[in-house]
Design a binder for this molecule. Structure first.
Ligand SMILES: C[S@@+](CC[C@H](N)C(=O)[O-])C[C@H]1O[C@@H](n2cnc3c(N)ncnc32)[C@H](O)[C@@H]1O
Length: 200
């Protein structure tokens, strides 16, 4: 929805309360970090710079991203990397954009290109649609402050089609592809999870 903001009727947008994400500088000895849906603000690229291979299926989202990441136009449903290419992958507020029917393919693709024992770091938001919500609401938006490891902040907001989702929604699918949770955190509506890939 971010690239169609001007066409959105705001009376159809359900606004979540403002959230804060604190990003500690995750240790990473790996040469490359695969960032799924790394356009937009390109937060992971802003933190890890040239270590990041940012893929996004929308070229304008990557073009507008100010970071030193390597930016590739690519669909997460069909990653153009050989298996076992990366030791770490990140998915920062991209899952909210992925239709539920595509989650299985995307976790399968991430598992394929990650090495055994590789890690997937996920950040996203819990959405619980109120039962009495106005039926014309089609989208949700989450205003967000991203707090960087160096203490600076980025004020942003992400929006997508309105639906119920939470960490468990995504963990259930990830588990089918060999991912096991090793760390999880909830800060108000925002979740973070670190998963390790058990394969072969
Ligand atoms: C909220 S936005 C940007 C979040 C971004 N990680 C950041 O740091 O700001 C989510 C991004 O996911 C991308 N995306 C959605 N589905 C995708 C897919 N199947 N493959 C690749 N990128 C996808 C969208 O184009 C969008 O740029």
């Amino acid at each position: 929805m971010s690239d169609h903001h001007s066409e959105i009727d705001m009376s159809e947008v359900y606004q979540l309360p403002h959230q804060v994400v604190s990003l500690s500088d995750f240790p990473c000895d790996e040469e490359w970090i695969l960032d799924i849906g790394g356009g937009g603000e390109g937060i992971i690229g802003q933190i890890k710079g040239r270590q990041v291979v940012a893929i996004d299926n929308k070229m304008p989202e990557l073009e507008g991203t100010a970071s030193d990441a390597l930016k590739l136009v690519m669909d997460a449903k069909e990653l153009q990397f050989l298996e076992n290419s990366f030791g770490i992958a990140t998915i920062f507020f991209t899952l909210m954009y992925v239709p539920f029917e595509d989650l299985d393919t995307i976790f399968s693709e991430i598992a394929r290109v990650l090495k055994p024992g590789g890690e997937l770091l996920m950040w996203d938001v819990n959405v619980e649609v109120p039962e009495d919500i106005d039926s014309k609401m089609k989208y949700f938006i989450v205003p967000l402050s991203v707090s960087f490891p160096d203490g600076t902040r980025n004020e942003t907001g992400y929006g997508a089609y309105l639906r119920n989702q939470n960490l468990e929604t995504f963990l259930a699918v990830a588990a089918n592809h060999g991912f096991e949770v090793i760390e999880k955190e909830q800060q108000d509506l925002v979740f973070y999870a670190r998963l390790i890939l058990r394969k072969g």
